[in-house]
Design a protein around this ligand. Structure first.
Ligand code: AMP
Ligand code: ZN
Length: 459
């Protein structure tokens, strides 16, 4: 039986979908104005495991997973203005990069990927309903949600309105009735995207995007709503308020799930702190399965410290499993069902560390078994890996990739020598090193944060 920790009730609860033939899940997706960092990849990989587990339990066709694309946002506008291009150039470019990176991490594509800009009418309809029902008011070109008209506001995050005022250090806009009221619609600044509306030309607030797309794409209430822990307040609290008040219903999402932060040196990884590591770069030298293993190595609700050692340990763990498979690579097996122990571990609120222990136990059984049992043990390990998004490579290919470790080490040494040669203005030496790198099939790209490299495409 699947049990999930629900942020709303603050306990692990048995998961029962409203309709087992149509299980709905929504996870807040990326704002596409730059490369995703490895912290952003954590919810993607965590909810991918849940998606796979739900499909295993209810059938592939019965699970509808939606993850939105935020393609209207201040940061996108700024990036487009900086480059002097249309915002669509920016959002297309980084959505494509996002797909490539998340594919490489073994994440299945969601069933639906609604774009905010395709749902402006749905957002306006929901705002209209909120105004009509007395839950929102228009003021100076803005429409605001009236938090005082919703007594349960704060229920998800466990805050009350008084605490929110005490916590509000920013100056409160004069058109707000209450400091905690939040924007549903606002005027656009010059040069920003703009849409006509009954309340004046402008653009939507961030929170209305998700509640409108959930209503339009999945229907309310949904079974599972997910995202990182930073989204509980204000984003999910506001989504919930909008979704419920638009229709006067008592449920918006039946289970709320939040992953913990990915940290580096004790600090949350975030673009604003400038301490980000991006899969787009990491993937040039580290296989996607290794990054995925690292991301799932701790329980999803706990913080996860991102270190070079974690990556190396993850690589060694996968090497062990691939090693066991390599020794039986001549045994043909068909597709099997994943063993109960792995399904049970994941069904306990996605206990991935326990599931890893089960994978090693299966590898051990594989090593010790003989004959027909051996084939069954191989099928078990592969099916367990497949359920979690691992062991998709041929063992020989896996280890051939790892043999490139030597190459990697060589390149790193040469790059260091090149930095030293350039610092010493020894241009002939710097050129010679570049030549050596070229002979190794390596392309060097110099950027503001130093040089990165990749292998040349095979001719
Ligand atoms: P953002 O692009 O900041 O809206 O984030 C996209 C998703 O990544 C959201 O679900 C965030 O909660 C999540 N997220 C952002 N930073 C981290 C982090 N350091 N660790 C884990 N999740 C994160
Ligand atoms: Zn959202």
């Amino acid at each position: 039986m699947l049990k999930l920790y629900d942020t709303m009730t603050r306990e692990k609860r048995a998961f029962e979908p409203a309709d087992p033939s149509r299980v709905t899940m929504y996870v807040c997706g990326p704002t596409v104005y730059g490369y995703a960092h490895i912290g952003n990849a954590r919810p993607v990989v965590v909810f991918d495991v849940l998606f796979r587990l739900l499909r295993q339990t209810y059938g592939d066709k019965a699970v509808v997973y939606a993850r939105n694309v935020t393609d209207v946002d201040d940061k996108i506008n700024k990036k487009a203005a900086d480059e002097g291009v249309d915002i669509k150039v920016i959002t297309d470019r980084y959505l494509e990069a996002y797909h490539a990176d998340m594919d490489a991490l073994g994440a299945l594509r969601p069933t639906l990927e609604p774009h905010a800009t395709d749902h402006i009418a749905a957002m306006q309809a929901q705002i209209g309903q909120l105004v009509e029902r007395g839950h929102a008011y228009a003021a100076e070109g803005h429409v605001l949600f009236d938090t005082q008209a919703f007594p349960e506001y704060g229920q998800l995050s466990g805050r009350n309105l008084d605490e929110m005022i005490a916590g509000a250090r920013v100056e409160v806009a004069p058109y707000k009735r209450h400091a905690a009221d939040f924007v549903l619609w606002k005027p656009s600044k010059p040069g920003e995207p703009v849409w006509e509306s009954p309340w004046g030309a402008g653009r939507p607030g961030w929170h209305i995007e998700c509640s409108a797309m959930i209503e339009a794409q999945l229907g309310l209430p949904i079974d599972i709503h997910g995202g990182g822990i930073d989204l509980v307040f204000p984003h999910h609290e506001n989504e919930l308020a909008q979704g419920r008040c638009a229709h006067g219903t008592d449920s918006y999402a039946r289970y709320w799930m939040h992953n913990g932060f990915l940290d580096m040196s004790g600090e949350k990884m975030s673009k604003s702190l400038g301490n980000v590591v991006i899969p787009h770069d990491l993937l040039k030298t580290v296989p996607g399965e290794v990054l995925r293993w690292a991301l799932l190595s701790g329980h999803y609700r706990a913080p996860l410290d991102w270190t070079p050692e974690l990556i190396e340990q993850s690589r060694r763990n996968l090497d062990r499993l691939y090693g066991a498979l390599q020794r039986v690579q001549d045994i043909e097996v068909g597709e099997g069902e994943p063993p109960a122990a792995v399904v049970e571990a994941l069904s306990d609120d996605l206990n991935t560390p326990k599931a890893y222990a089960e994978l090693f136990a299966l590898a051990k059984i594989l090593e010790l078994s003989k004959g027909a049992e051996r084939a069954a043990a191989k099928a078990d390990l592969l099916a367990a890996g497949n359920l979690m998004g691992f062991l998709s490579a041929e063992p020989d290919a896996w280890f051939a990739g790892a043999a490139d470790d030597d190459l990697r080490a060589k390149v790193e040494v040469l790059l260091e020598q090149r930095v030293a040669a350039r610092a010493a203005k020894d241009w002939p030496k710097a050129d010679a090193i570049r030549g050596e790198l070229d002979a190794l099939g390596v392309v060097v790209m110099d950027g503001p944060a130093g040089a990165t490299w990749r292998l040349k495409e095979p001719a």
